[in-house]
Design a protein around this ligand. Structure first.
Ligand SMILES: Nc1ncnc2c1ncn2[C@@H]1O[C@H](COP(=O)(O)OP(=O)(O)OP(=O)(O)O)[C@@H](O)[C@H]1O
Length: 340
């Protein structure tokens, strides 16, 4: 299960406001990818464009041989069946019990008998740890439970692709940790292609196979997790370390002189020069974070062995030919598999 999503030269604007341009990347089938970026850089717009809810100005989104951007409404309806989407608040119907909320897509899109619907709903509720909460209303449960109910609903049509829009927003750190484990376990079980938009750096470091970063109306970088975690690109380093020094400002971009001065000061502390290039002591915040593994007893997808080997020798990734490049200029997956 799981299908590849191939995005090429995608540009989206609203009126004169360009949201992002020339975005190219491949979300590999069955893998987990995370999209990061400061607020307002168009991550949600990107998700909506993948599902065909928004039309781009230029470019293509190829899924299972079809360019989503060119499809008519009735064709999009079919392609959307490949997707499960977990919206920020779970997007549950407030007046429906969880059971009916989760059964909703099955009743809307299939002709399955109620006995079959019951089997599927209970199976998905079990997967997200919600057995026993069938009769609860969304208003009676915690935010974490609402997210899990939204996830169960996203799963009922057995999607090949699951999009998560800030699944961790509004959750405490412990609930986020449980949710991350659930995401990793689900991916191991159903092997669908996952794309997660998040602001939670700890999650972005541990959960995905691939990370992308949107900034300044473009995709700064997209590539395997270890390449971004060890990258010297100033925007990537600033974002993954959640600090003020660097090109990303409070509300807008900073001017070049200010960025240079900040990075020089930071570099003095960490042994790097103003461009962010590494010196002997620069490893402080570019280290690898251990990957979150599926729970014991879950079979790991076949790609895990290759990824584990690759990550076991991240120093090999630091060599120039293996460096993550701006995603629209090179195919990151080629670089990713060179030493597997
Ligand atoms: N339908 C729309 N019409 C006009 N502008 C829109 C529309 N949808 C989004 N935008 C604009 O696109 C920009 C990007 O919005 P988006 O919600 O995708 O950002 P984001 O990166 O997901 O932000 P956050 O991290 O804060 O959720 C914003 O300036 C927003 O106002």
């Amino acid at each position: 299960m799981g299908v590849e999503i191939c995005v090429e030269g995608l540009t989206k604007s609203f009126g004169h406001q360009v949201i992002w341009q020339d975005v190219s990347l491949t979300l590999p089938a069955g893998e987990v990818s995370v999209m990061l970026g400061p607020s307002g850089t168009g991550k949600s717009v990107f998700l909506k464009t993948l599902v065909g809810l928004l039309r781009p100005d230029r470019g293509s989104v190829t899924i299972a041989g079809q360019d989503v951007t060119k499809l008519r409404e009735h064709e999009l309806y079919e392609v959307r069946k490949l997707f499960g989407v977990l919206f920020q608040d779970g997007a549950l119907f407030g007046s429906m019990h969880l059971y009916d909320n989760i059964a909703f897509p099955l009743r809307e899109h299939t002709r399955k008998p109620e006995s079959e619907i019951r089997r599927i709903v209970l199976e998905k509720m079990d997967m997200v740890g919600l057995i026993g909460a069938e009769e609860k209303l969304p208003g009676e449960i915690s935010g974490g439970m609402r997210k899990r109910a939204g996830l169960a609903r996203a799963l009922v049509l057995d999607p090949e692709i699951i999009l998560f829009d800030e699944p961790d927003s509004g959750l405490d750190p412990v609930r986020v940790a449980y949710l991350n484990q659930l995401i990793v376990d689900l991916n191991a079980q159903i092997d669908a292609t996952f794309l997660i938009v998040t602001h939670d750096i700890a999650s972005a470091r541990q959960v995905p196979d691939n990370i992308g970063l949107l900034f300044r109306r473009e995709l700064v970088m997209f590539g395997p997790r270890e390449q971004l975690l060890t990258s010297d690109e100033p925007v990537v380093r600033q974002f993954l370390n959640g600090r003020m020094q660097g090109p990303i400002g409070m509300a807008e971009e900073k001017d070049a002189a200010q960025v240079e001065q900040e990075l020089a000061q930071l570099g003095e502390r960490e042994g790097r020069n103003a461009k962010g290039e590494s010196g002997p002591k620069a490893a402080t915040d570019t280290g690898m974070t251990p990957r979150l593994l599926p729970s014991p007893g879950l079979a790991r997808p076949p790609r895990w062995e290759a990824i584990a080997k690759r990550e076991a020798k991240p120093e090999a990734k630091a060599e120039p030919e293996d460096e993550a490049k701006p995603a629209h200029k090179t195919d990151q997956r080629e670089a990713a598999v060179t030493d597997i």
